[in-house]
Design a binder for this molecule. Structure first.
Ligand code: HEM
Length: 149
């Protein structure tokens, strides 16, 4: 039975085989998920979305998504709140969310991964800021020395 038809059948959570419906593998919904964990679940094999402070595992749902798989994949591993809200998803769509809930986002978690290319470019730029004047000074003194000035 698909995720959508289970919700449509008006089954209550208790009828669905536990607190998280027919997903017995999802047990700990109070799990705190950091930005690093969220970011690494960003491919077709594991798709996590952050919506309104909660993290959802949409890996199984992606093939059933009426809006297609690409839009969800594009948001995977990210904060998809704005994208989700912009579409104006129906109450039925929102009712699907609890089944995919896997945890709460850790708002205090910071990016601990390698610097982005923009950060690297800035760092590279500031290194050049010292390198260029020093090289020019070196060249000037070398010129003075060799020209006997
Ligand atoms: C777990 C998260 C999501 C669920 C459960 C979900 C569910 C649904 C459902 C049930 C529909 C059918 C229309 C409705 O009932 O509102 C739908 C449509 C759609 N969804 Fe999602 N969706 C999710 C995430 C997203 C995200 C992140 C995007 C990114 C932009 C997105 C974009 C769309 C689009 C473009 C449509 C088609 C709207 C239309 O053609 O009228 N969805 N979604």
């Amino acid at each position: 039975m698909s995720v959508r038809s289970r919700v449509r059948s008006n089954a209550k959570p208790a009828d669905l085989g536990g607190p998280v419906g027919n997903f017995p593998e999802i047990k700990d919904m109070s799990k705190i998920i950091t930005i690093d964990e969220l970011k690494t679940n960003n491919s077709k094999s594991s798709i996590w979305l952050l919506i309104d402070g909660k993290v959802y595992d949409c890996t199984k749902f992606i093939d059933e998504h009426p809006g297609g798989d690409e839009v969800i994949l594009a948001e995977s591993g990210k904060d998809a709140t704005e994208a989700f809200e912009d579409v104006g998803h129906s109450d039925e769509a929102r009712a699907l969310l609890p089944e995919m809930l896997i945890g709460t986002f850790d708002k205090n978690s910071k990016l601990s991964t390698a610097p982005t290319s923009a950060q690297k470019a800035i760092e590279h730029g500031s290194n050049m800021m010292y390198f260029i004047p020093l090289s020019l000074m070196g060249a000037y003194f070398a010129w003075r020395y060799y020209s006997g000035a």
